[in-house]
Design a protein around this ligand. Structure first.
Ligand code: NAP
Length: 242
């Protein structure tokens, strides 16, 4: 039986790199995205080119019914073995005093409530040997002052959620971990209003450059796989030393 993995936000960035890497490693993949149909079609084509089965589901992870439909679509591929909770958003970079309540609510909805809804579906459906990886952020410990401290706070909640869920599911032999990327070269920075943030930040990153999505995907793939069989409840930082 091949592993069957759900990835949220699989059409672009870290999620797309993870889908491509996992397909090459033998996973069948159901992934959610929201609106970029062309990007989703390109990822699906690469999954199939790797010889695996894939399904791309337009589903907003903040919508409980859409999340159920995503996991139902994955069930058609076989028994669920993995979840990568990745779909996340920031909001425009700026001082805390200017934070728009609508942006605050969206960040909480997508980065926390969406993760919890997806993990709940996974926990209901997975058997022993299953694994969840939550994509957190180095922001959880850095705090992101003058950028988006509300986003950093929600990513810290992701880490706590990871620790608690790992302990709750350990008796069922389901592992739960997180990856905390630093500054990675994806479109998320365009949405934050600073498209060249990855290049601008290079000087303050100890390794001297932003990370690439596949460098995060590598850690996610390790956490999902058998080499991480004794690893649960941990957060792996992939941040170039940041
Ligand atoms: P990205 O390039 O902006 O891609 C985001 C992906 O999530 C897209 O596939 C997008 O689909 C999807 N998505 C967004 N909201 C969604 C929703 N409500 N429901 C379903 N899908 C949704 O982002 P990224 O940089 O790869 O970030 C991925 C994760 O890594 C996030 O959790 C982010 O917080 C975290 N992270 C990123 C960085 C970084 O520097 N890039 C650093 C630390 C942590 P559509 O295109 O269809 O909207």
């Amino acid at each position: 039986m091949n592993p069957v993995t759900v990835i949220t936000g699989g059409s672009r960035g870290i999620g797309a790199a993870t889908a491509r890497r996992l397909a090459l490693a033998g996973h069948d993949i159901a992934f959610a995205y929201r609106r970029d149909h062309d990007a989703a079609a390109a990822v699906l084509a690469d999954i199939e080119a790797a010889g695996r089965r894939g399904v791309a589901v337009p589903a907003d992870t903040t919508d409980a019914d859409a999340v159920t439909a995503l996991f139902d679509a994955a069930a058609a591929l076989g028994e669920l073995t993995g979840l990568v909770n990745n779909a996340g958003v920031t909001s425009p970079i700026g001082p805390f005093v200017d934070l728009d309540p609508a942006d605050l609510r969206r960040v909480v909805d997508v980065n926390l409530i969406g993760y919890v809804l997806c993990a709940q579906q996974a926990a209901r459906r997975m058997g022993p040997g299953g694994a969840v990886v939550n994509v957190s952020s180095a922001a959880a410990t850095l705090g992101s002052p003058n950028e988006y401290i509300h986003y950093a706070a929600v990513k810290a909640a992701t880490d706590t959620f990871t620790v608690g869920l790992a302990k709750e599911l350990a008796p069922r032999r389901i592992r739960v971990n997180a990856v905390a990327p630093g500054i990675i070269r994806t479109d998320i920075h365009t949405i934050s209003g600073v498209p060249d943030r990855a290049d601008r930040a290079a000087g303050r990153i100890p390794l001297g450059r932003a990370g690439e999505p596949d460098e995060v995907a590598a850690a996610i793939a390790w956490l999902l796989g058998p080499d991480a069989s004794y690893t649960t409840g941990t957060v792996i930082r992939v941040s170039g030393g940041l």
